[in-house]
Design a binder for this molecule. Sequence first.
Ligand code: GLY
Length: 304
Amino acid sequence: MTVRATWQGGGEGWSILVHGGAGFIPPERREAHAEGCRLAARAGALVLAAGGSALDAAQAAVELLEDDPRYNAGTGGSLDEHGELRLDASLMDGATLAAGAVCALPPFFHPIAVARAALRDGRHVLYAAEGAARFARLAGFEPAPPDRMITDAARARLEATRQGQDGNWAGGTVGAVARDLAGHVAAATSTGGTVGKRHGRVGDSPILGAGTYADDLAGAASGTGEGEGYLRLAACLRACLALQQGREPLDAAVETIRMLRERVNASGGIILVAPDGRLALARSTEAMSWGACWGSLDQLTGGC
Ligand code: GLY
């Protein structure tokens, strides 16, 4: 079975769908992961309901998840082979195709905000490693003390991986897709990457087309899963192109997840928003937390 679960919702007006990562989440922790995603969707929904942009909404949702140590992004993100936090994030504005991204960023509390600063600055799209840290400082962000962002749970995951008890799993990557009242779409994704990754490894999350994509003519997508597969398939771009060719959002999500399994043997999940605001998700993993809201703040849902 390549696709284990799907969901669709949304519709006319504003909408937002958030994920807290595809992977294995112990059954007793799933409701807490879903609740964090519902809160993040609500944070984005407050922006959208007030007439804010899809880009601001996606960023607001992802920042909340970066602060939450349960997810593999920002605080609590996965550690590399040296026990260091190196963070990847990107976001894209479907209205203008403007984008910003950082990869292998040393500890900063909100990598997605640094990516947003890169988008705003406009000179370059993607900054890496020490250059990303330098850009962040120039943009006014303070580096974070590593011990404020590295959690005991992340250290334990690294130790388990070193002892061969766990795969190189990147579960817990976070992301959001949104459509605003003006009809624009946006996507944002943030991650610590795979546990015990080689120093310098960059996954799909900061790479446009692979882990994040947005185009008003097509829709927006954010991926979570085995990043090397998403990179090789340009998975989020493929999903958006399927939407542009008229596929139903749910079909586009399912087909992308199936293609990841069949073509590059990768598992994970994807969230999509179509230009008309319809939302969809599909996953091939045992679990994937998510939250969604559309049209009214009462219309808040989620699961795992
Ligand atoms: N999908 C996140 C990563 O592989 O880094």
